[in-house]
Design a protein around this ligand. Structure first.
Ligand SMILES: [Zn+2]
Length: 242
């Protein structure tokens, strides 16, 4: 149930991001800098230590989860580049104003948000601590998912109503993902693989999606400082909660 209410918070975060689309862009880019730090911190101080702990406790070779990490990273890299998900890349695709591209990209983002929800739910299958930390990483970046959904739909020539429908779908996706994990229970080996996969996914969106977007309008020392603060914040929170 905690997983579901935290996924509902991810839903709100997505909607707020969508509503803020194109407004308050300076503050938005600073928040993205902070978010990138939170994602890096959750991977380094929570997901990976938990993975190695799980591997040690159950005699699992860590190489398997590490292959899953690389797979998660490359899978999201490939799907994103192939489907032109990125708002940040819009400039290079100025001649491609096909509404279908916007719809496909928004669908891919909704798939990503579904994974966010599955991440929260499976995190709670490991422990409340892991679930809460994964939820932190998801809620912290989901407003960016919401904003990307709206900008993608609008920039590819979709009407406002359809953009809002896509936003609602993207917002509901984490809740559906978290709910789906109530239907099954993974054994330790599969959980370790999932943690590796999810770490690769979080590293990819942090480094290749959120950070470039945070610096897309103008880079500043403040943005970098906020990224460092984001990492530090997660370190402190994971020590206190651990
Ligand atoms: Zn997300």
């Amino acid at each position: 149930m905690t997983a579901l209410s935290l996924a509902a918070a991810a839903f709100l975060s997505t909607l707020i991001g969508g509503a803020l689309a194109l407004r308050f862009s300076r503050a938005f880019h600073l928040i993205l800098g902070l978010t990138a730090g939170v994602l890096l911190g959750v991977v380094a101080f929570d997901v990976l230590p938990e993975l190695f702990e799980l591997a040690r406790a159950h005699g699992i070779d860590p190489m398997g989860p590490m292959v899953a990490l690389v797979t998660g990273f490359l899978l999201f890299h490939a799907s994103e580049k192939l489907l032109l998900i990125h708002h940040a890349q819009e400039g290079s695709y100025v001649n491609h104003r096909h509404p279908t591209v916007g719809v496909l990209s928004a669908a891919a983002l909704a798939g990503h948000s579904f994974m966010d929800g599955v991440g929260i739910g499976l995190g709670f299958q490991i422990s409340t601590h892991v679930g809460a930390m994964v939820a932190l990483a998801v809620i912290a970046h989901d407003f960016a998912d919401g904003l990307n959904t709206v900008t993608l739909m609008l920039s590819h020539g979709n009407p406002r109503g359809r953009a809002l429908a896509a936003l609602a779908l993207d917002g509901a996706a984490p809740v559906a993902g978290a709910a789906s994990t109530l239907l099954f229970h993974l054994p330790p080996f599969a959980l370790a693989l999932y943690l590796g996969f999810f770490a690769g996914f979080l590293l990819y969106i942090g480094a290749s999606d959120i950070l470039p977007e945070a610096h897309s309008e103008r880079s500043s020392a403040l943005t970098i400082l906020l990224t460092c603060l984001g990492v530090g914040f997660v370190y402190v929170v994971s020590r206190i909660a651990g």
